[in-house]
Ligand binder design. Structure first.
Ligand SMILES: Nc1ncnc2c1ncn2[C@@H]1O[C@H](COP(=O)(O)OP(=O)(O)OP(=O)(O)O)[C@@H](O)[C@H]1O
Length: 717
């Protein structure tokens, strides 16, 4: 029987890998602590609650300084009065909604529209419960009033009784003869005191209540449109309250005929009325007249809706709902993007099971996002300085905290971004010179050989893909995470680029089922800088601000731009650390804010992983196998291979690549090799193929002469 991939299991070498998306614990995997799903626990066992994000920052809207005329002042006062009046209507409507249980009824309508029977039943129960509770309150009202009346009467009687008794004692019984006159004088003084207190307090209370009421109604009235005759040119830019009314207005402003005609007859139908959803407002709208939602989700309409609602375009999210006529709307609170993802949850504590994914950031709505890793590859791209390296660092930090995972990092450039990962890596290359790129090529050849070897292991163990259990058995199927940073620099290298590109293609195609995850990072993927077979095989896509739809679709999938999934709307510099990601949730794409791990925080994090390995007496995964050994690392010589496949006759160069491929079918450089490519390779070996009649005939004698020349050169040396 075959096993299900990605089934967590606790029988790995090095101890128990604890479940949970990133399963932080009080100690290293396999040690004392019990797993707590998705919660971060500090060394003392306390739950670490991430700092709550502050309130959304209001954008300051610079207004030109205009001279304020008397007319403007009058209009401003008029507007305040009108809004206060409108506020009464708004409050009355809210009261009516509360009286009719409107909020519950909305949920009932939504559940009915979704066909969610369980949800519908639950909301119907809630409606009945709310109605019963109200009925009960009304039924109890006479008793309550009666009780209040009885209590008041009793209080009056008690006070009167006390005063009378006091009067009798004072006026009649008292031995020193304090008379009735003094007693009535005292009662009169008491009454005057009460009247005085009342005359001071009542106007004071009235003076407070009226302004408070006006402020309340004015605020409520801001949600309604004031008439144009009280509009001024110096209005403050108030936030638009996103509700059914403002959404309808925004849709009406699109001037789409079906919507305009429909609104003349009836209000728009809100399957889910506008309601607070995370850091924004959500609504589901049934578009009228057979209008497909895809007509509204396009860029220009989205911009227009954003303008109507005083939002940035990337704060407005429109999608086609469950059927073509349903428009799914989510509008971020102003400035919600600026809140960021908050601190990385495993900064000081916790470990990970990579089969459950690693912490990545938060969605725009504010939900935590986990990057799935197993059976996947990741491509990340965007303009310089937007956060590509940082997101790769975040993913690899997670991987490093699973002590069963091996990590290999290649940076074909001179930068410090990943230096602190070095002690946790089995292969690490950083540098831009030819030697470094050649080392990267050799490491990729080695990795490709490992892909092949792991394929055989899957066959031997009769499993279609690596599972947690198999990954933990120490049979060479442990999770392996590789990063090729600034991949375009390696792929476009004059000498080694072509082979690197071909190896990448083969590795991303075959590696994922074999427990190998490749992260390729680049700026703007084009057909020259990133083979399409690589982008197509990366089911995780992370797109920071990109310049055009080509880069967008290379990162987020074919057709993403047309369907409105656009990283082109992110603004370079402004939206640092914010990316549109695909493959992380059930949605086609989601706007994500990445956890940012400063380079200086990496050493402690890596040390935690090393300590955990140490406690288990385990080496850093992969470091016990020296480079290039352990696996059958092919090293072929082109001229020797040509000597083998060529006969004695001159042959057209176009016919040679299939012969080479036939000789070494798994040798990456021969895959996809063309006649023109072979001409270039031979030129690099010092053999010039003539173009004669555009046939480029290859003379085997030339090849064998070169082999002979090298042999004697070796002897000469
Ligand atoms: N998630 C984030 N939150 C906050 N700031 C971030 C985030 N990611 C990146 N930054 C900021 O952006 C800067 C650049 O990030 P990073 O080096 O990851 O960008 P890059 O896209 O890899 O750039 P380059 O292509 O030049 O290497 C960081 O130093 C940091 O200040």
């Amino acid at each position: 029987m075959t096993e299900q991939p990605n089934t967590p299991n606790d029988s790995q070498p090095g101890g128990v890998v604890l479940p949970g998306p990133w399963t932080p614990t009080v100690d290293a995997p396999g040690e004392a602590g019990e797993a707590l799903h998705g919660e971060v626990i500090d060394q003392q066992g306390n739950l670490v609650v991430p700092e709550p994000a502050g309130p959304p920052a209001r954008r300051a809207v610079p207004l030109p300084a205009l001279p304020v005329s008397g007319k403007e002042i009058a209009r401003t006062a008029g507007r305040a009065a009108v809004q206060s009046a409108q506020g009464h209507a708004v409050l009355a409507r809210r009261a009516a909604e509360a009286a009719t249980h409107a909020a519950i009824r909305e949920q009932i309508r939504a559940a009915r529209a979704r066909g969610d029977a369980a949800e519908l039943a639950a909301w119907l129960d809630r409606l009945h419960a709310a109605k019963d509770a109200r009925r009960q309150r009304v039924a109890n009202l006479p008793a309550v009033l009666k009780a209040a009346g009885v209590s008041s009467l009793a209080a009056v009687l008690v006070v009167t009784g006390v005063l009378l008794t006091a009067g009798i004692l004072v006026g009649v019984v008292h031995p020193v003869g304090v008379g009735w006159g003094d007693y009535w004088g005292f009662i009169g003084w008491l009454l005057r005191l009460l009247v005085t207190v009342a005359t001071v307090l009542v106007p004071l209370a009235a003076a407070g209540v009226v302004p408070a009421w006006l402020v309340l109604t004015h605020r409520a009235g801001q949600a309604a449109d004031a008439p144009s005759w009280v509009a001024t040119s110096t209005e403050v830019d108030v936030d638009i309250v996103v509700d059914e009314r403002t959404l309808t207005q925004a849709l009406a402003a699109l001037r789409i005929k079906q919507i305009t005609d429909y609104l003349k007859k009836a209000p728009l139908q809100y399957v889910v009325p506008a309601r607070k959803d995370g850091r924004g407002t959500y609504a589901l709208i049934r578009l009228p007249g057979g209008l497909p939602a895809s007509y509204v989700t396009v860029q220009t309409k989205r911009e227009s809706i954003a303008a109507s609602l005083h939002r940035r375009t990337n704060e407005v999210w429109l999608r086609t709902g469950e059927d073509a006529g349903l428009l799914d709307v989510w509008i971020a609170d102003p400035g919600a993007l600026k809140e960021g993802a908050g601190p990385y949850p495993l900064l000081t504590d916790g470990f990970v099971d990579v089969f459950r994914g690693v912490p990545f950031g938060r969605s725009l709505r504010g939900d935590p996002l986990v990057a799935p890793l197993m059976e996947r590859n990741t491509i990340t791209g965007g303009q310089p300085g937007q956060g590509k390296s940082s997101s790769a660092r975040t993913m690899l930090a997670g991987a490093a905290l699973d002590i069963t995972a091996e990590i290999r990092i290649w940076v074909p450039d001179t930068n410090f971004d990943f230096e602190y990962f070095k002690p946790r890596c089995s292969r690490y290359v950083m540098g831009a010179d030819d030697d470094k790129i050649r080392q990267i090529l050799e490491d990729l050849r080695e990795l490709y050989a490992e892909v092949q070897a792991r394929g055989q292991l899957l066959v031997d163990h009769k499993i279609p893909a690596v599972t947690r259990k198999k990954a933990s058995e120490g049979i060479g199927l442990h999770p392996l995470f590789c990063l090729l940073e600034e991949a375009h620099l390696a792929i476009q290298h004059e000498t080694y680029g072509k082979e690197i590109a071909q190896l990448l293609i083969d590795i991303v195609k075959l590696g994922r089922k074999r427990g190998i995850h490749m992260i390729v990072s680049t700026q703007a993927p084009t057909k020259d800088s990133m083979p399409r077979d690589v982008t197509r095989n990366c089911s995780n896509g992370i797109a920071y601000a990109v310049g055009d739809h080509v880069a967008n679709d290379a990162l987020l999938g074919q057709g993403a731009y047309r369907a409105g999934h656009r990283a082109t709307e992110l603004i370079a510099g402004v939206d640092k650390g914010t990316a549109l990601v695909k493959g992380f949730t059930g949605e086609r794409s989601v706007m994500a804010q990445t956890y940012f791990i400063h380079v200086d925080h990496v050493p402690a994090l890596i040390q935690r992983a090393l300590d955990a390995l140490d406690r288990k007496g385990l080496p850093v995964p992969g470091t016990d196998t020296p480079r290039g050994s352990g696996q059958e690392l092919e090293a072929r010589d082109l001229l020797d291979d040509l000597d083998t496949v060529l006969g004695t006759e001159v042959i057209s160069i176009a016919k040679v690549p299939p012969l080479l491929l036939n000789l070494a079918p798994t040798w990456a450089p021969y895959k996809g090799l063309t006649g023109a490519g072979l001409v270039k390779l031979l030129a690099a070996e010092g053999i010039k193929v003539p173009s004669t009649g555009n046939r480029f005939p290859l003379d085997p004698v030339t090849v064998r002469e070169e082999i002979g020349r090298r042999a004697t050169a070796d002897l000469d040396e």
